[in-house]
Ligand binder design. Structure first.
Ligand SMILES: Cc1cc2nc3c(=O)[nH]c(=O)nc-3n(C[C@H](O)[C@H](O)[C@H](O)COP(=O)(O)OP(=O)(O)OC[C@H]3O[C@@H](n4cnc5c(N)ncnc54)[C@H](O)[C@@H]3O)c2cc1C
Length: 386
């Protein structure tokens, strides 16, 4: 990956934004379980940071995915995972399908305001009984005149309590599970939508997460993205960007953990020696930094191929898997060297330990990534038939 002066300028813009607008407030927002999402998104929109890769016609910068990667990586310098997660949902999870397959009306009504920071979006795929098994979801959108009438619910939806629209995956026919789904953009102020109380999460505390209920929610059929029955395919494509974003976003967060731990271990003395002088510790931290560089190389490689228009399902799944696994390893090892201080709720490494845990679960759990990789390696057994 060859970064230009333009990449570096964008990197600096994102980093300055994180340092000025996010980091001074992280503790307060984590405690509150929310942050002023419309305010922050408007500021990001004013800087163009919500539409880096989106078409210029709708207010985006029209740049390639390498710029998105730089922004995702730099957002990892935030001192909490929740705010970057909320931003990633907007840029790489709920808008790629609208941008790629949506009608001009959808793009003008939802994409342009999302890029400008005037609307907050969310993505509704998971359900109480269908997270990993996306094909098994039950929410329906039935045709009625020119409308769809939506019934069902979506679980663990990030940004949903304050969102202006949801990019919703729903069953629009009784066809086979991979052919009966459509992505539909639903304004969140539509009658019939209600929410659970905020879900009480282990980490990502500053992001808001809730269950959404749809009770005879009526939207025009023209709010469907692309052709009916192609939603599963579009969502699988959208997942590639979500997974690349997730991997890129973790890199600097893990480096921050390692660097904070080095700082602490230089100061903290046991048996008359700084902790860092123990070979077991400085070797371990060197090993972890090496692994982070390997994750960076894998993520960059996947991004390069994605920019070339190649199918990156295999590499994006590997990057997401590695990010989840390594995230757990780095934060767990670092927390150990902080001893009792590491076990305290407010400790930066303890926060990262809780936040990063999501990476192995959300957007396709580690085992789902392994299943995809096996499928592409030709080692996944097919269903046995007599
Ligand atoms: C904080 C948070 C934010 C989220 N935000 C969103 C969002 O904005 N939008 C959205 O749609 N979803 C969101 N999710 C949902 C998330 O994507 C799902 O939780 C995830 O896909 C896993 O689904 P599940 O929880 O139903 O786990 P299950 O499908 O019940 O699986 C449980 C565990 O079993 C294992 N497993 C599952 N299948 C297999 C298998 N075939 N082989 C071996 N092991 C397996 C995995 O370890 C998995 O973690 C969010 C979740 C959280 C916690």
């Amino acid at each position: 990956m060859k970064f230009t002066a333009e990449h570096e300028a964008l990197r600096k813009t994102v980093r300055d934004f994180v340092e000025k607008e996010i980091n001074p407030h992280c503790d307060e927002w984590e405690e509150a379980g929310e942050f002023p999402i419309h305010d922050i998104f408007k500021k990001l929109g004013n800087l163009g940071l919500l539409g880096i890769q989106k078409p210029e016609e709708y207010g985006g910068m029209g740049l390639d995915y390498s710029y998105n990667l730089v922004a995702a990586e730099e957002l990892g310098t935030a001192h909490c995972g929740g705010v970057p997660l909320a931003i990633g949902v907007q840029t790489d999870m709920c808008t790629p399908a609208i941008s790629r397959f949506g009608s001009d009306e959808l793009k003008r009504t939802f994409l342009a305001p999302a890029i400008a920071g005037d609307m907050v979006g969310c993505i509704g795929v998971s359900e109480v009984a269908a997270g990993s098994d996306v094909a098994g979801m039950k929410t329906t959108a039935k045709q009625d005149g020119d409308d769809y009438v939506i019934n069902g619910s979506k679980m663990w939806i990030t940004n949903s309590p304050k969102a202006d629209f949801i990019c919703l995956l729903a069953n629009t026919s009784d066809d086979k599970p991979h052919k009966n789904k459509s992505l539909i953009v639903v304004p969140m102020n539509t009658p019939g939508i209600s929410f659970s109380p905020h879900l009480n999460k282990l980490g990502m505390r500053s992001s808001e997460t809730a269950q959404i209920f749809f009770d005879d929610v009526r939207v025009p059929q023209r709010y469907r993205i692309g052709a009916e029955g192609t939603g599963f395919m579009m969502q699988m494509l959208q997942f590639q960007e979500e997974r690349l974003w997730g991997a890129a976003n973790v890199i600097k967060a893990l480096e921050h953990c390692i660097n904070k731990t080095i700082e602490y271990c230089r100061e903290r003395k046991t048996f008359g020696q700084p902790l860092i002088n123990n070979q077991v510790i400085h070797f371990r931290l060197a090993e972890l930094q090496t692994e982070v560089e390997a994750l960076r190389a894998l993520t960059y490689q996947a991004c390069e191929l994605h920019i070339e228009g190649k199918d990156v399902t295999r590499l994006a799944s590997m990057a997401k898997l590695k990010a989840g696994r390594l995230g757990r390893e780095v934060t767990d090892s670092c927390l150990q060297y902080w001893g009792g201080n590491g076990y305290m709720w407010e400790n930066p490494v303890s926060r990262a330990f809780r936040d990063v845990r999501l990476v192995s679960i959300g957007g396709g759990a580690d085992e789902i990534m392994l299943g995809i990789i096996c499928k592409m390696m030709g080692t996944l057994p097919g269903k046995q038939r007599d």
